[in-house]
Design a protein around this ligand. Structure first.
Ligand SMILES: [Zn+2]
Length: 414
């Protein structure tokens, strides 16, 4: 009897210490302005094909990344595209995405309709089904009348994607990652940091040449916010440049370790969300107590790698999109692992990108964003790397490449 009880206590203690240690290795970070990131309800779209039979016009949201909540006839040449966010309050990232077709080739006016308080933001990007080429609908075909926006688009039998931004689903991302690292398996380790609320993979590329022990760590994040694909395009070039096996990248990866997370919110991406994950939360406000599974597992992966291999996290870049290109930085520099990095990097960018002026907005994070987590949690330099919604796509490639090269050059000299 006594022995049994003793055993029970031992088991209880073992369970408790397990709990404590699993909490202990994910240290929370306190911010001045906390944000409630507990899971909230989201509205899910009805996935279907809308048929406007009298017009012989059709629209569908039955694909990853689609967002269409209703499709109605207004008059013989105009249809209403009804779009509502996953929940509110939410930023005005009024994302829509659907494919449309008609029985006869004809011009159709698409009138965008959002809930009160939200406005049209993104000019339509078009892609004929079965092709890979996105184009932006020209301004001549976009009509703004007070609060409402109408787009004139030619429809035919062949479906055309009409989307706020280019569609890059989780599948597209996983496929891109696999093609990117093909033949580089000796130094790019494709790992799983866990899975999203809906069970989608949270991949991470663990990149280093030689021994990973004690190598300083650079963390690359992106796609916390689903429609922000221009930031992802820069991320792709940035990472591609690190993996291009030049002398620069080879010396860099002998000295540093890169943890690259190519998609932090796969559920939100595939659900066509404006901003949130499947838990109805802005994951870039969850870098304090990690209430959402995506951030909790990514944080755990980063901090465990750093601890286990005694590698200090020195820099974290989080790629996003907004109205213009901008780098959001922290003002605190002296106490960080790389006190002069930001100034040196921005100077180098202006010297190496033709006609380029860095747009920096410096302020210490008060809300729980990744930029603040790098600073307050790790004394690392944290930067939110934003690309404009409308920045020309070839310019993004150049900026992505040069920002990567100049980062490597500066870090090698440390
Ligand atoms: Zn963002």
């Amino acid at each position: 009897m006594y022995i049994q009880l003793n055993k029970k206590i031992t088991v209880i203690i073992a369970v408790f210490s397990l709990l404590i240690s699993s909490c202990a290795n994910v240290k929370t970070v306190t911010f001045k302005t906390p944000v409630d990131t507990r899971t909230k309800k989201i509205a899910t779209q009805v996935k279907k094909t809308y048929a406007l039979n009298t017009m012989q016009i059709f629209a569908s949201n039955q694909f990853y990344g689609a967002h269409l909540n209703g499709f109605e006839k207004v008059n013989d040449s105009t249809v209403k595209v009804i779009v509502a966010p996953e929940n509110t309050p939410i930023n005005n990232s009024a994302y829509y995405s659907f494919k449309a077709w008609s029985k006869e080739t004809r011009t159709v006016y698409f009138q965008f309709s959002y809930p009160e308080g939200y406005q049209h933001r993104y000019p339509p990007k078009l892609k004929v089904a079965g092709t890979n080429n996105w184009t932006v609908l020209s301004e001549d075909n976009i009509f703004r009348d007070g609060k409402s926006t109408t787009a004139k688009i030619l429809l035919s039998k062949r479906p055309i994607y009409i989307s706020a931004q280019e569609i890059v689903s989780s599948t597209d991302t996983y496929n891109w990652v696999e093609s990117l690292i093909k033949g580089k398996e000796a130094y790019v380790h494709y790992k799983d940091a866990g899975s999203s609320r809906l069970g989608k993979k949270l991949p991470v590329l663990d990149i280093y040449i030689g021994d990973k022990k004690q190598k300083p760590i650079v963390v690359l994040l992106t796609r916390q916010h689903p429609p922000e694909v221009t930031g992802f395009f820069a991320y792709q070039e940035f990472l591609k440049t690190i993996l291009n096996e030049s002398n620069l990248s080879t010396s860099f990866l002998k000295k540093y370790r890169v943890l690259a997370f190519p998609i932090l919110n796969p559920d939100g991406v595939d659900l066509g969300h404006w901003r949130h994950n499947a838990g109805g939360v802005d994951t870039n406000r969850d870098w304090s107590e990690y209430q959402q599974p995506e951030i909790r597992q990514v944080v755990k992966f980063i901090t465990s790698a750093s601890k286990r291999d005694q590698g200090k996290i020195v820099l974290g870049l989080d790629f996003h999109s907004t109205y213009n290109d901008v780098f959001y930085t922290n003002k605190i520099r002296k106490e960080t692992a790389l006190p002069t990095f930001i100034e040196e990097w921005f100077r180098a960018l202006e010297m190496n990108i033709p006609n380029y002026k860095v747009n920096e907005k410096a302020a210490n994070s008060t809300k729980p964003v990744s930029k603040g987590w790098f600073l307050y949690g790790h004394k690392a330099v944290g930067i939110t790397y934003e690309i404009g919604d409308k920045t020309p796509r070839d310019k993004i490639k150049l900026v992505g490449k040069v920002t990567s090269e100049e980062m490597m050059k500066i870090l090698i000299k440390q």
